[in-house]
Design a protein around this ligand. Structure first.
Ligand code: TXA
Ligand code: MG
Length: 324
């Protein structure tokens, strides 16, 4: 199959209507989209990504109102968060109606709903008569794509069309939240909306879903190893790690400190001005780039665990090489 990159929303629409896959831009990362109401089309997503079918997909809708057609018993706190953060990088786990196929939710009674904040995605979604199921458009386990070229690099020949909407502005996947009976917010994945912003809006602290349940992961973002480059990557205190790997071809990814006193084959600064939004925007493309440089080890500085730093650290932890 020939894969074309273009900006033709109408072409994307037609392909999706015919049950084909299209990679679409969002503000977080590129998604690999199919008609969420068509199980045959959705099945193609799992095949193209090599993704296990126990791993459910996010359903993308043009508006919070339009999404109500697919969910029920929506907690008041969810409506309130949606009014504040939708469209945006926040995904809601809500009780699904029967019109959402079981394949989309991997048999769960909950469906993940997201309204992406990207003009091209919103235009496409509002032209369509159905919502789009879309995981990140990368092979299962590899780094999520933040440009159309990233999608082409790993899915060329597997999908007909990549709708190019430029570099993604957030650069990290959405934050995923669920709710309990008492209207508490439960965080399943940290991402593009910070925990601080959510807590400020709801006026109380969030709870956390249990992490690292490797045999029965609720979200693939919770699998211990995910988003991983092929080159071993280690997070920690740079000077002592540098000593430990002396003599190897070492690459560095840090926030703003270039460690001029140490020798690296390659240095990448996520944000020379210490801006966590810029760091998030750069993270996945830097990981892809440094993975191509024939290095033996990538050392990464841990970021401040606040705001987007928390989500960046989370992705880096999962990208980390596990020494056996
Ligand atoms: O920013 C994003 O969320 C991007 C863009 C394309 O929207 N999408 C994305 O999809 O990151 P994906 O499939 O790579 O990650 C979605 C996560 C997965 O870990 C999946 O297990 C979880 O959401 N998820 C989806 N539906 C779920 C459900 N019904 N219950 C629990 N977890 C669910
Ligand atoms: Mg993903």
């Amino acid at each position: 199959m020939k894969t074309i990159i273009g900006t033709d929303i109408h072409m994307a629409q037609q392909l999706l209507e015919q049950g084909h896959l299209v990679a679409i831009p969002t503000e977080t990362v590129y998604g690999l989209a199919a008609n969420a109401l068509n199980s045959d089309a959705v099945l193609k997503i799992f095949e193209a990504k090599n993704r296990p079918q126990f791993n459910p997909l996010i359903v993308h809708s043009p508006s919070w109102d339009a999404a109500q057609e697919f969910v029920h018993k929506v907690p008041a706190i969810a409506h309130s968060l949606a009014a504040k953060f939708c469209p945006g990088p926040l995904t809601f786990l809500l009780e699904k109606k029967n019109n959402i196929p079981d394949l989309v939710t991997a048999g769960s009674h909950f469906v993940a709903i997201r309204i992406p904040h990207h003009p091209v995605a919103l235009k496409l979604l509002s032209n369509l008569a159905f919502p789009l199921a879309a995981p990140s458009a990368n092979p299962f386990g590899y780094i999520s794509p933040t440009t159309a070229q990233h999608v082409l690099d790993s899915l060329e020949g597997k999908i007909p069309y990549i709708l190019d909407g430029g570099n993604t502005s957030v650069g990290l996947e959405s934050t995923i939240i669920g709710f309990d009976d008492q209207e508490n917010v439960i965080v399943h994945r940290v991402g593009g909306i910070s925990i601080e912003d959510i807590e400020q809006h709801i006026g109380k602290t969030v709870s956390w879903a249990t992490k690292h349940e490797e045999n029965n992961p609720q979200t693939s973002g919770q699998l211990k190893s995910h988003y991983a480059p092929n080159t071993p990557l280690i997070i920690g205190e740079i000077s002592s790690l540098h000593k430990a790997f002396l003599g190897k071809k070492i690459g560095l990814i840090s926030l703003a400190n270039s460690y001029p006193e140490l020798h690296f084959e390659e240095r990448m600064l996520l944000s020379p001005s210490n801006n966590l939004h810029e760091a998030a925007q750069n993270l996945f493309s830097f990981l892809r780039e440094i993975d191509q440089m024939q290095l033996e080890i990538i050392l990464v500085e841990s970021l401040p665990n606040e705001g987007l730093g928390r989500a960046i650290n989370d992705r880096l932890q999962r990208a980390q090489y596990i020494f056996k």
